[in-house]
Design a protein around this ligand. Structure first.
Ligand SMILES: Nc1nc2c(c(=O)[nH]1)N=C([C@H](O)[C@H](O)COP(=O)(O)OP(=O)(O)OP(=O)(O)O)CN2
Ligand SMILES: [Zn+2]
Length: 139
């Protein structure tokens, strides 16, 4: 049986957003999201770490070629999200607030659709700021 391992690739993208829920009133949104509900939005340099878990192939010595993982992340993350207004440019966030939790779910689903072997996907981690991060494992 081949040994198993975890492999992680990191990327950074820049985007702006506003925390606002269409399911809450104007006053409720202000109360829940505070400064992050400001009408004109704000920006982040998001750091995303995608981790896969799987067999270390005895012939190649790899779980996945990092070059392939980079291409998948480019397609699933960078193209739709980098230098975008998340609330306007991504239909996904038209009815959900663009919290880091929801971004992690979006990226998880996009990676699943993009990867040749989606069963390898183990975790998506996003650092919204130096102090705030979210991990999602598809649960
Ligand atoms: N559960 C969540 N709470 C908040 C999210 C989120 O995605 N999920 N996001 C925000 C805002 O987007 C905001 O930009 C970050 O807010 P805050 O932590 O207040 O950021 P600060 O830079 O002021 O604080 P630091 O601790 O210095 O990072 C808010 N809440
Ligand atoms: Zn924010």
């Amino acid at each position: 049986m081949a040994p198993k391992g975890y492999i992680t690739k990191r990327l950074q993208f820049s985007a702006c957003h506003r925390l606002n829920s269409i399911h809450l009133s104007v006053e409720e949104n202000k109360k829940v999201y505070g400064k992050c509900n400001h009408i004109n939005g704000h920006g982040h340099n998001y750091v995303v770490k995608v981790t896969l878990f799987g067999d270390i192939d005895p012939l190649t010595g790899m779980i996945i070629n990092m070059t392939e993982l980079k291409a998948d992340m480019e397609k699933a993350i960078m193209i739709p999200m980098d230098h975008k207004n998340l609330d306007i440019d991504l239909v996904y966030f038209s009815d959900k607030p663009s919290t880091t939790e929801n971004l992690a779910v979006f990226i998880w689903n996009a990676m699943k659709k993009t990867m040749e072997n989606p069963d390898l996907l183990y975790e998506v981690e996003i650092e919204e700021t130096e102090n705030n991060s979210v991990k999602y494992r598809g649960e």
